[in-house]
Design a protein around this ligand. Structure first.
Ligand SMILES: [Zn+2]
Length: 157
């Protein structure tokens, strides 16, 4: 379960796919519920994601992007820092989707974060398909179908 720390903003997830402390920078109740539920859905045997440092719901208007996962790893002299990932969702488009379709967007971004951490970081058309395939494997098939029906142009990146 993703719960908010007393100071607000910091979530500490002991169970679920994304584990550990990360910044959950929104108080939007529907989003927090959907993210918390989606985070618990992948089967127990799936290796956990430990590199997410923030999950946010941005109010910045976007035309087509409803979700975006960024992977970064900084080099200090010869030493590579620990990888870090940020997942951003955009409320202008996410709010227009049903719970099921919004969950599909969340699952798709979680699949990106998982592939970045456990396979390799990559952005490609092939990776987009891979993320959907992984989300379906985690049980999000009906949600992805709902997203396809509701949003022909809106796709999570
Ligand atoms: Zn994508």
């Amino acid at each position: 379960m993703v719960r908010e720390g007393r100071l607000g903003g910091v979530a500490d997830s002991a169970r679920g796919l994304v584990v550990g402390k990360f910044v959950l920078s929104t108080r939007d109740r529907r989003f927090r519920r959907l993210f918390g539920e989606a985070n618990l859905r992948p089967p127990a045997g799936v290796p956990r994601i430990t590199t997410v440092e923030s999950v946010s719901l941005s109010r910045r208007p976007t035309r087509t992007t409803v979700g975006l996962t960024r992977y970064s790893r900084v080099r200090y002299f010869l030493v590579l820092s620990r990888p870090r990932q940020t997942i951003t969702f955009y409320s202008s488009l996410l709010d227009a989707l049903s719970d099921a379709a919004a969950s599909a967007v969340i699952a798709h971004e979680l699949a990106h974060a998982w592939l970045n951490e456990h396979v390799r970081p990559e952005e490609s058309r092939e990776r987009e398909r891979e993320a959907d395939t992984l989300a379906r494997k985690w049980g999000f098939g009906p949600e992805l179908d709902a997203l396809d029906r509701e949003a022909e142009t809106v796709r999570p990146d």
